[in-house]
Design a protein around this ligand. Structure first.
Ligand SMILES: Cc1cc2nc3c(=O)[nH]c(=O)nc-3n(C[C@H](O)[C@H](O)[C@H](O)COP(=O)(O)OP(=O)(O)OC[C@H]3O[C@@H](n4cnc5c(N)ncnc54)[C@H](O)[C@@H]3O)c2cc1C
Length: 652
């Protein structure tokens, strides 16, 4: 059952409003006015060809709502998506339905219907005796083209599906202010992410086990949960992955790229020509990711496989014991007020900043799955965090846990791009006719170029052990199977090749703090990028490594020139300046409510993910990782959430 109220505009589907590329002003049948106020070209983070897709900025006004003007951005062809977006944003639960929640009984209340929250909701409601409520701040993911179509993944930043966070000025990046995308929609960041599926290394999980004192978090002991995410795809994938390291009956889809790229063979040839430095690795998810492997993505049956589509599929959403409320913001968790140990089973919610605050109580547990930014934000607003910091903002402390919001790890990334002799062919990014054709194919049978997202290969490399940097820093990686660098080789759009260089074992750590005592104010996010020289060294090393990759024989006569940073940018100082001016977040913030051993004074949760110093509340999301894994972070979140669901079920 879903409690989400129906939108008055829900009837405005794609069928009612076909694409309208020439639109400049459109009055719809309802009271919405849409005006294109600004047209701009968004530089493609992953391509340096200068042929970025054109986007449009909309000012939207309506009567009858308390938030009459909003600015949205989207592709021209996505006007229909705009209508879906608008209707979803206004599927607000009315005050009556919201206060009705306070009178109902729930065994578990899950804060955040994101990646982890969807897994927990699914697994707990397998038991018909558990009545579960999920509270999600964002709208529904249903029918949103930019979420469903894999190739449109970059269209989701700065929309209503993104929290639109900005960071504090980064001292390590010449004071630049970066954005941080986070999913603000059912399915959370799995609904907006780049869909890369990487578990990280076996060392990463063995280190989780070591630092938490719980062998249940080790690579071997997590295998039942790791194998719940299978690769499934229509084409012949022999030689592109290792079926022995995958399960085939999980809920999520994971697949291999289905549209061959012109450069694929050159990449594979490089793993032969330069095999000492860039060996072929059959499966990035074997626990030993080092080498060049085929990319695995959370794409299935031609569509993004996000947690809302899979773990909250209609057959699960229709369970009578699962209740999902959308567009509803959790402001705080509160004590039950019963004498005895601090018992945090009350959740305070509101539709918006000025609306009434309603309290919902869980009879068994509250599970916070609001992500690495949302979770510490809610805890701090609740008075759970560093007592002195909270006092400075006038917030009464209910639990002095100084590590809340500390220890923020994220992956800094820069890029390298080359000009090739490859010919530009019109693509959906550059040509409206091609886009219309590709979209028609995708809509007809979920195939074609729009099922692709970026390239097919990634190289995972280590900084050599005799490198000078290890005289200044201990090796920050979790072990010898663990890469220091991710290099997205083989991403080509015809005439250019681009490559993300990612430092996947960063040593800079930062914070998530409160800006004010108003829960509706965005937090202060400060990853402290490149404040550690190790991270700067790693990115320099990454740029030099990628230059060696593309100087292999397979690329002779194909690569014409280096576009950025440019072949003349070679000295440490010049590379440092380029890196400081270009680094952005790879969108992998974690560890802001990290796990530590039972009884340890550091950390925020114990290895069973219970909040330290209280009862009634667990945290299950990316914030509990003690370190960032050396890979993308959604697979670890799925794995953590699958095990957490079993821990919770066992407890009850
Ligand atoms: C742009 C982008 C690209 C990425 N690319 C990749 C990739 O290619 N591969 C990969 O493995 N990982 C990628 N990631 C990272 C990965 O998606 C995340 O690490 C993972 O999904 C986080 O899961 P989570 O459950 O911790 O949080 P989320 O999935 O973000 O879920 C948190 C949920 O809580 C909700 N919420 C937050 N605060 C509140 C509140 N106060 N009240 C109610 N609800 C609230 C949010 O709206 C959200 O739905 C990417 C992330 C982004 C944003």
């Amino acid at each position: 059952m879903s409690i989400a109220a129906r939108s008055p505009f829900a009837r405005h589907t794609r069928a009612h409003h076909p694409s309208c590329p020439a639109l400049s002003r459109q009055r719809l049948r309802t009271n919405i006015t849409v005006i294109i106020i600004h047209e701009r070209t968004v530089p493609c983070a992953y391509m340096h060809s200068g042929r970025s897709p054109t986007w449009y900025k909309f000012e939207v006004s309506s009567t009858g709502y308390d938030n009459p003007k909003r600015i949205y951005q989207m592709r021209q062809l996505s006007f229909a998506s705009f209508i879906v977006l608008w209707s979803h944003c206004h599927q607000a639960v009315d005050a009556q339905s919201l206060s009705d929640l306070a009178t109902k009984t729930f065994d578990f209340v899950i804060i955040g219907g994101g990646t982890a929250g969807s897994v927990i909701a699914n697994r707990l409601t397998e038991n018909p005796k558990f009545n579960v409520l999920v509270i999600e701040a964002g709208p529904s993911n249903d029918g949103v083209l930019d979420i469903m179509v894999p190739a449109f993944a970059f269209g989701l930043a700065n929309t209503a599906y993104d929290w639109n966070f900005t960071m504090v000025p980064q001292v390590g990046l010449n004071g630049r202010v970066l954005t941080l995308e986070r999913g603000h929609v059912l399915g959370g960041s799995s609904s907006v992410n780049g869909m890369d599926y990487t578990r990280g290394s076996s060392d990463d999980y063995d280190r989780f086990a070591r630092v938490t004192g719980d062998q249940g978090w080790s690579w071997n002991n997590l295998q039942p949960y790791i194998l719940r995410c299978p690769p499934a795809d229509g084409h012949n994938v022999t030689g592109e992955f290792d079926p022995r390291v995958h399960g085939f009956d999980g809920i999520n889809f994971v697949s291999l790229g289905s549209n061959p790229l012109a450069v694929d063979q050159r990449v594979i040839q490089t793993t032969v020509d330069l095999k000492d430095e860039f060996p072929f690795s059959l499966d990035v998810n074997s626990g030993k990711p080092l080498g060049v492997s085929w990319v695995q993505s959370t794409i299935g049956q031609g569509e993004r496989s996000n947690a809302a589509r899979t773990y909250l599929a209609p057959k699960y959403r229709s369970r009578p014991n699962l209740h999902i409320v959308l567009n509803t913001f959790v402001t705080r968790v509160l004590p039950t007020g019963v004498n005895g140990p601090l018992d945090l089973r009350v959740v305070e919610i509101a539709s918006n900043a000025t609306g009434p605050r309603i309290r919902v109580t869980a009879t068994k547990e509250v599970i916070t799955s609001a992500g690495s930014i949302g979770t510490p934000h809610i805890l701090l607003n609740s008075g759970i965090g560093d007592k002195a910091d909270l006092a400075a903002l006038g917030i009464k402390s209910i639990l002095n846990l100084s590590h809340v919001g500390k220890n923020l790890h994220d992956h800094p990334t820069t890029s390298v791009a080359f000009l090739t002799i490859g010919k530009d062919v019109p693509t959906w990014q550059t040509n409206a006719t091609v886009l219309a054709e590709n979209l028609a194919q995708w809509e007809a049978n979920r195939t074609g170029p729009l099922v692709q997202f970026l390239g097919h290969h990634v190289a995972w490399t280590r900084i050599p052990s005799n490198s000078s940097i290890f005289k200044q820093f201990p090796d920050p990686s979790a072990g010898p199977n663990t890469p220091h660098l991710e290099l997205t080789v083989g991403r080509s759009d015809g005439s250019t090749i681009s490559c993300d260089v990612v430092a996947v074992t960063p040593t800079s750590t930062g914070t998530v703090k409160l800006r004010s005592n108003n829960p509706f104010d965005d937090p202060l996010i400060d990853p402290q990028f490149l404040t550690s020289n190790f991270d700067l060294f790693a990115l320099r090393e990454g740029i030099r490594t990628i230059r060696r990759f593309y100087s292999g024989p397979a690329w002779k006569g194909y690569i014409v020139a280096e576009i950025v940073p440019g072949a003349n940018v070679t000295s440490d100082d010049d590379l440092n300046e380029y890196i400081r001016n270009t680094v952005s977040s790879f969108a992998h913030p974690v560890s802001t409510a990290k796990m530590s051993p039972k009884g340890a004074s550091n950390g925020v949760v114990d290895p069973d993910l219970r909040l330290k110093g209280a009862k009634g509340l667990r945290i299950v999301d990316a914030s509990v990782m003690p370190f960032v894994t050396a890979g993308h972070t959604q697979a670890p979140v799925y794995i953590i959430a699958e095990r957490a669901a079993d821990i919770i079920k066992a407890a009850w």
